[in-house]
Design a protein around this ligand. Structure first.
Ligand code: HEM
Length: 440
């Protein structure tokens, strides 16, 4: 039986989109709790903008993400600019880009990236005070940027370049407030990118161009994703100069902030759960025995791995995945209309009490259970053909950073409750500061 999406009640005329735009996380969690298990999807009533559909059924989430022809990734925030990196490209361009990039991010390369991650963590810890306060998100953003630069772009980023990327992402987050006029106003009435956005985009492009030029001028460039892309070009896979730049911008941005936030949130959760933190510290000391982590250590990190999984469940850096409908289509018994904006709210699915039992609680132990491990309601890296290409890199980096840091430092993240600023990523509203104390 085919049915139209259910529309939850809301104030008349403008419908429930303003409530959504006002506090999207709270709204989506509320909708999931109220209607999940009862309706596969619900429809919001916007005032003038695009029709919005929220998918509540977890199996349907995966069906939608499997169908990249009829459900395409809309361009949001900075992607709305002209860039055509892997995240925003579609059709044959996407296929070509993914086929060149994928081998760089799986298999053999991962061990080399793990070494790079370990060395970069060591350098970060060398900079930390013996006892003092740090801006945790800024520190980790510099770290993840350096790992991306060294592993995918073939050489170090300067402090200046790392700062440029960090600040550009800050500007993008301010520009892209999820909700507000993007959802309420028809396209024609929405303002274009601000001058600050254009400047940040140009700064990012300059950093990317520097990496690309350096590779081109180098007789024997190091093994890196950029080298692979340039060589693919020589082998007849056409990649224009602009594509190379766009791809570089994408990797500088997509892999940096998401991973940094995930590690920062893990430290936050551990600071609220001293027993778990003691367990992770003990595991790190036992497995590493004072050494820097390497690929071989990874299988020894059990609790650390569960902590990262649980962090990605409770505080998913990519808190919402979106798709746009290309042509009327029926899936899971629901009819979707052309141009519907489809929300697949990771954050709400991953906290749903009915599914997880005490969904708001940080409980890494839940991941010892095989049922949790294969759960449809868990998709922090997306799913289907466009699943995150950097997830192995991110998972390794997060585990290494937690283990290596806790072996050497006590980390106490300030503040009790997290307040979020959901933009493109799930950012903490007031940043995250921590007191770090070197162990004897
Ligand atoms: C914890 C860290 C990370 C999280 C939570 C995350 C999350 C995601 C999600 C949810 C998607 C799917 C988006 C969609 O389907 O609309 C995605 C795609 C993507 N991610 Fe990640 N990501 C992370 C780290 C990374 C890293 C380290 C890299 C690069 C090395 C990266 C590069 C990409 C790219 C290029 C895509 C687009 C893939 C495609 O469309 O074919 N991500 N990521």
């Amino acid at each position: 039986m085919t049915r139209a999406p259910h529309t939850p009640p809301g104030p008349p005329v403008v419908g429930n989109v303003p409530r959504f735009a006002d506090d999207p996380l709270r709204f989506l969690v509320g909708v999931q709790e109220a209607y999940g298990g009862q309706y596969p999807v619900v429809r919001l009533e916007p005032a003038g903008g695009q029709r919005i559909v929220v998918v509540l059924d977890a199996a349907l989430v995966h069906e939608i993400l499997a169908d990249r022809e009829r459900f395409v990734r809309p361009r949001v925030g900075p992607e709305a600019s002209r860039r055509e990196g892997l995240l925003s490209s579609r059709g044959p361009l996407w296929e070509r880009q993914r086929s060149v990039i994928q081998p760089e991010l799986v298999g053999g390369q991962l061990a080399a990236y793990a070494d790079i991650a370990a060395r970069s963590v060591e350098e970060m810890l060398d900079r930390w005070p013996e006892n003092g306060e740090i801006d945790l998100v800024a520190e980790l953003s510099m770290l993840t940027m350096q790992v991306i630069a060294r592993s995918l772009l073939g050489r170090d980023a300067t402090r200046e370049q790392a700062r440029t990327v960090y600040e550009a992402l800050d500007t993008f987050a301010e520009e892209f407030e999820f909700g507000a006029d993007a959802l309420l106003l028809p396209d024609a009435l929405q303002s274009g990118p601000s001058a600050a956005f254009e400047r940040a985009d140009a700064d990012l492009e300059a950093v990317a161009r520097d990496f690309v030029d350096w590779h081109r001028e180098h007789e024997d460039p190091p093994d890196s994703m950029l080298t692979a892309l340039i060589e693919a070009e020589r082998d007849g896979v056409e990649l224009s100069e602009d594509e190379l730049i766009d791809q570089t911008v994408l990797f500088l941005t997509a892999g940096q902030e998401t991973t940094a936030l995930t590690i920062a949130y893990a430290f936050h959760h551990l600071s609220r759960s001293p027993d778990v933190r003691a367990g992770v510290t003990e595991e790190a000391t036992g497995v590493l025995d004072g050494a820097a982590p390497s690929w071989e250590h990874l299988s020894g990190f059990d609790l650390t791995e569960r902590v990262v999984r649980e962090t990605l469940r409770l505080t998913p850096a990519a808190w919402n995945v979106t798709r746009e409908v290309r042509g009327p289509t029926t899936l899971g018994g629901t009819r979707f209309e052309t141009d519907d904006l489809v929300l697949l709210p990771t954050y709400a699915h991953q906290r749903e009490d009915r599914v997880w039992g005490d969904g708001d609680a940080f409980r890494p132990a839940r991941w010892t259970d095989e049922v949790s491990r294969s759960h449809d309601s868990y998709f922090p890296f997306g799913s289907g053909p466009r699943v995150c290409i950097g997830r192995q890199v991110a998972l390794t980096e997060a585990q290494f950073t937690l283990a290596h840091t806790l072996q050497q430092y006590e980390v106490d993240v300030h503040g009790d409750e997290l307040a979020f600023e959901p933009a493109i990523t799930l950012r903490p509203a007031d940043g995250l500061r921590a007191t770090v104390t070197e162990r004897e």
